[in-house]
Design a protein around this ligand. Structure first.
Ligand SMILES: [Zn+2]
Length: 243
C-alpha cells in the first residue's frame, strides 16, 4: 500500500479507537497531516467516527476546503484542524472531541493539570479558550469558520491541548499515535483530578517529571506500539493494522 493509502488506514483506525474509548461519540473527529504535502490534511466526511471507512477520508487544504468535489456533507468544525496545522508546523495530527470529563475544567477556574503519569502528555499548562471572548454571546459555541478556528489556535499556542469552554477540547501532537494516546488519557486524567479535588488539593506532576516522561517516549517504541495494537483490537479493527 502507498504511504498515502497507509495514512488513510491509520486515520480510520484512530477514528475507531477514539470511538471505542469513548473520547468521541456521534461527534468529534481526528485528522492527520498529509505525509508529502504539509499544506494538506486527511479528515473524514461528516460521519460518526465509529462508522468511518477508508472511502470516507478526504484531503483538505489549510483553509479546510476539500481538494476534490464530493457531494457528502463535511464536518462543520473542520476549520479547527486547518487552523492548528497552519499555526503549528510541528503538529502532525489533531483531535477535536467533547469528552464529558474534561468539560468541568473549561467552565470553572480549576485548571486541568497532569496528575497521573499517563497524563504527562497533556503538558504542564492546558489553556481554556472561550469563544465568547472574541465572538460574543451570539455563537452556538461551535467553531464554524477560519476566523474562530485561528482564534482557538492562538489560545492553544505551543501547548498540546486547549479546552473549549462549554464545548470540548482540541489537541495537537507530532503523530496520530501521540494524539490518540493523549486524547484517551486526557479524560482519564480529568477524572482522577476531579476525584482528588473532592479529597483535598491534588499534587500535579512537576515540570521535571513531565519532561522526564516526554523525553523517554518514542512513537515507534514497543511500548507505544503495544498500546496502539491493544486499542485497535478492542475497537474491532485489528485486521487493518497490517494494511
Ligand atoms: Zn465540537
Amino acid at each position: 500500500m502507498s504511504a498515502a493509502g497507509s495514512l488513510v488506514t491509520q486515520v480510520v483506525i484512530a477514528n475507531r479507537i477514539l470511538a471505542r474509548e469513548e473520547v468521541v461519540d456521534a461527534y468529534g473527529h481526528v485528522s492527520v497531516r498529509h505525509a508529502e504535502r504539509p499544506d494538506r490534511f486527511l479528515l473524514a466526511v461528516s460521519k460518526a467516527p465509529e462508522l468511518i471507512e477508508p472511502q470516507d477520508i478526504l484531503e483538505f487544504d489549510l483553509e479546510a476546503r476539500p481538494l476534490a468535489r464530493d457531494p457528502r456533507p463535511l464536518y462543520l468544525e473542520r476549520f479547527i484542524h486547518a487552523a492548528i496545522y497552519e499555526a503549528r508546523p510541528d503538529v502532525m495530527a489533531v483531535v477535536h472531541a467533547h469528552a464529558e470529563d474534561v468539560l468541568p475544567f473549561g467552565i470553572t477556574k480549576a485548571p486541568l493539570r497532569p496528575v497521573i503519569h499517563s497524563g504527562a502528555f497533556i503538558g504542564a499548562h492546558v489553556p481554556v479558550w472561550d469563544i465568547a471572548d472574541r465572538f460574543g454571546d451570539r455563537t452556538n459555541l461551535l467553531v464554524t469558520d477560519m476566523d474562530q478556528a485561528r482564534d482557538l489556535a492562538r489560545t492553544l499556542a505551543k501547548n498540546n491541548v486547549a479546552l473549549m469552554r462549554g464545548h470540548g477540547f482540541a489537541a495537537g501532537a507530532r503523530s496520530l499515535i501521540d494524539v490518540v494516546r493523549m486524547s484517551v488519557y486526557l479524560p482519564r486524567n480529568a477524572r482522577v483530578q476531579h476525584k482528588a479535588m473532592q479529597l483535598g488539593e491534588p499534587k500535579p506532576l512537576s515540570q521535571g517529571e513531565i519532561e522526564s516522561r516526554l523525553s523517554g517516549y518514542r512513537p515507534d517504541s514497543p511500548e507505544t506500539q503495544r498500546a496502539w495494537r491493544y486499542w485497535a483490537t478492542r475497537a474491532g479493527c485489528a485486521s487493518l493494522l497490517d494494511d
